[in-house]
Design a protein around this ligand. Structure first.
Ligand code: SIN
Length: 288
């Protein structure tokens, strides 16, 4: 079956049909997928059956993979894979339990934030036959385009600080059973500074690069002004008209562009409802 692309009826996202990504993907099919990735920012591949090796092999077609700084939750045999899960082995979480608790883009706290992530669903919680734990994606490109010229001018040269330590403090303050970063982890991810309007390295299109999960403050503004501007921009980018909501099925592989989008996961389930997904994360380039 030939590969075909089916855009969603939303500001971003498309389904790719006709591709079994457990097998080597030929150049022609890969080019179609890669073009669709640039155009739609979020791609869905349904009904996949992937081993970790196959997941990694497909991900590597798009570039080098990150080993996540939260290495306690990397797959023991395949450290390029980050486990995203609420499951516990005795008292210990087997994966990141609070991934996606706030709107964010993966690794935006690094000098070179990730260019994209590929998340594969193995167990999805459900209630009365309805899947729980949806993930919502917002188009930071459509959100930027919709800003008034006045706001575009106001934010054009502003930068913000991004920090994983800040993110984890926020989680703990909100009552999550999380730990601070170790000194070794902290040394790997010092605070990063990025312009809040970025040109997507993949497409050249401008996008709004601030998120509630990782941003600490806007550089050079008084605390209150920074807080208000961040809150306004975060509210704007996540308006329903810029959002696609993904209801997971087992066997879905969802990939997204981390500069052009933001995402958040729903926490509307709890053990014994189990959620277990595996994520690879693509290296990005240093952003301004
Ligand atoms: C993530 O933030 O990468 C995970 C999103 C999810 O668990 O749905």
């Amino acid at each position: 079956m030939a590969v075909s692309i089916h855009p969603f009826d939303t500001a971003l996202g498309a389904e790719v049909r006709g591709l079994d990504i457990s097998r080597p993907v030929d150049e022609e099919s890969f080019a179609i997928v890669n073009d669709a990735y640039k155009k739609h920012s979020v791609l869905l591949f349904r009904n996949q059956e992937l081993t970790p090796q196959q997941h990694i092999a497909f991900s590597r077609r798009f570039g080098k993979l990150e080993i996540h700084v939260l290495d306690q939750w990397c797959h023991a045999d395949h450290p390029e894979i980050l486990i995203v899960s609420n499951i516990k082995d005795k008292d210990r979480h087997i994966g990141v339990p609070h991934a996606g608790r706030y709107w964010h883009t993966d690794l935006s706290y690094m000098v070179a934030p990730s260019r994209g992530s590929l998340l594969y669903a193995i167990e999805i919680p459900e209630q009365n036959g309805r899947a729980l734990g949806d993930t919502r994606f917002a188009s930071a490109v459509a959100a930027y385009d919709a800003l008034s010229e006045e706001i575009k001018k106001r934010i054009a040269d502003l930068s913000a600080t991004f920090s994983l330590a800040h993110h984890r403090s926020k989680l703990m303050a909100d009552g999550a059973d999380e730990n601070p970063l170790t000194a070794e982890q902290q040394a790997k991810v010092p605070v990063a500074v990025h312009k809040i309007v970025q040109e997507n390295p993949l497409t050249g299109r401008k996008c709004l690069f601030v998120n509630e999960g990782h941003v600490v403050e806007i550089v050079g503004l008084a605390q209150e002004e920074s807080r208000e501007l961040l809150a306004m921009l975060s509210r704007h980018v996540t308006k329903p008209e810029f959002v696609y909501r993904h209801r997971w099925q087992v066997g879905d592989l969802l990939m997204w562009d981390n500069v052009a989008t933001q995402h958040i996961a729903e926490f509307d389930y709890a053990l014994p409802q189990r959620r277990y997904l595996l994520r690879t994360t693509l290296e990005g380039v240093a952003l301004a």
